[in-house]
Design a protein around this ligand. Structure first.
Ligand code: DOR
Ligand code: ZN
Length: 344
């Protein structure tokens, strides 16, 4: 039986939500990952370092006994973010970055930035203090086709931004297209990207052929197979600009299986095995450790983990459903399907 041992991975993009949801999301994530970037799109959003510290305490209250888990916090960028909040991030022990959602781009993004040129005073501070700007990279104009929104963001928002702020540290989150992959490759070392398990393992046919499958619906939306192929190539290339970020995002079954279903795939409980599946299918399992356990920490300027995990090549069936909140369920990514890797 094939086994691999790697430094414990980190998840550089996860949604844990708040309140009762933490009972589900924190143990699921903490049994896989040593650290996670905890996305701030709560209702209301996490807008200041003080709010992020309070949210972190609520998360810590759900870490299982004997498990070491270090939530890394992020602020939610709004039109009203104060420039001096950025120095507070730099000085904080727990907050590592700020997340920019273009207003209206995705779940709980209504308070996002309406026009990036309005917040250049804050971006100046990000560049000065080398605090990473995490980007949901999609334009939101209603006339732009949903499959083109990432590419248009690169041309219309990100290129001009980098011209103005060439040393800005940027993570282009959950990239989904070959254009985004190539864009990141062409930039200097200050621009990196996260890639989700769903964008490595699936494409829009999985979501749409033979009936619409709402549990594959996330944003940015799954693209065509040629894009999936490029994402697999860059993720498994050993290039440190690309690292693990699940974008694991819980929504109750009712909210997904709905005439207006929510965007988000819940992958937290088996995320590292899903990535192992993707890397193995590409014949590059030996490249998993860099992607999952080295490159993200290096980019954020944090120490690499020192403990290890072991994965065995052995079938596991992903649960059909998981309990969520008081009386609801989540259907996890690839529910009921069998994959070839299992964390021991
Ligand atoms: O699919 C998504 N779900 N994409 C996002 O950007 C947000 C996330 C969520 O919070 O549900
Ligand atoms: Zn996300």
């Amino acid at each position: 039986m094939k086994t691999i041992t790697l430094l414990q991975p980190d998840d550089w993009h996860a949604h844990l939500r708040d309140g009762l949801a933490l009972k589900r999301t924190v143990p699921d994530l903490a049994k896989q990952f040593a650290r996670a970037i905890c996305m701030p799109n709560l209702v209301p959003p996490v807008k200041t370092v003080a709010e992020a510290e309070a949210y972190r305490e609520r998360i810590m209250a759900h870490v299982p006994e004997g498990v070491a888990f270090d939530p890394r916090m992020v602020l939610y960028f709004t039109d009203h973010t104060a420039p001096d909040e950025i120095k507070k991030i730099k000085d904080s022990a727990h907050v590592n970055a700020i997340k920019l959602y273009p207003a209206g781009a995705t779940t709980n993004s209504d308070n996002g930035v309406s026009d990036i040129r309005k917040v250049y005073a804050v971006i100046e501070q990000l560049e000065k203090y080398q605090v990473p700007l995490l980007l949901h990279g999609e334009v939101t104009h209603s006339h732009v086709d949903i499959f083109d929104r990432e590419k248009r963001f690169l041309d219309e928002v990100l290129s001009p931004l980098l011209k103005q702020f060439p040393d800005l540290k940027i993570v282009l989150e959950h990239i989904t297209t070959k254009e985004a992959a190539h864009f990141v490759l062409e930039q200097d070392r200050n621009v990196a990207a996260t890639i989700t398990p769903q964008h490595l393992l699936f494409n829009r046919n999985d979501m749409l052929v033979g009936g619409i499958k709402p549990h594959f619906y996330c944003l940015p939306i799954l693209k065509r197979q040629t894009h999936q192929q490029t994402l697999l190539e860059v993720a498994t290339s050993g290039n440190p600009k690309f690292f693990l970020g699940t974008d694991s995002a819980p929504h109750a079954q009712d909210a997904k299986e709905n005439a207006c279903g929510c965007a988000g795939c819940y992958s937290a409980p088996t995320a590292i095995e899903l990535y192992a599946q993707a890397f193995d299918q590409a014949g590059k399992i030996e490249r998993l450790e860099g992607f999952a356990s080295h490159f993200g920490a290096d980019f954020y300027g944090l120490a690499r983990n020192t403990n290890t995990i072991t994965l065995v090549q052995e079938e596991q069936t992903i649960p059909a459903q998981l309990d969520y909140l008081d009386d609801q369920q989540i259907i996890p990514l690839y529910a009921g399907k069998t994959i070839q890797w299992r964390k021991v």
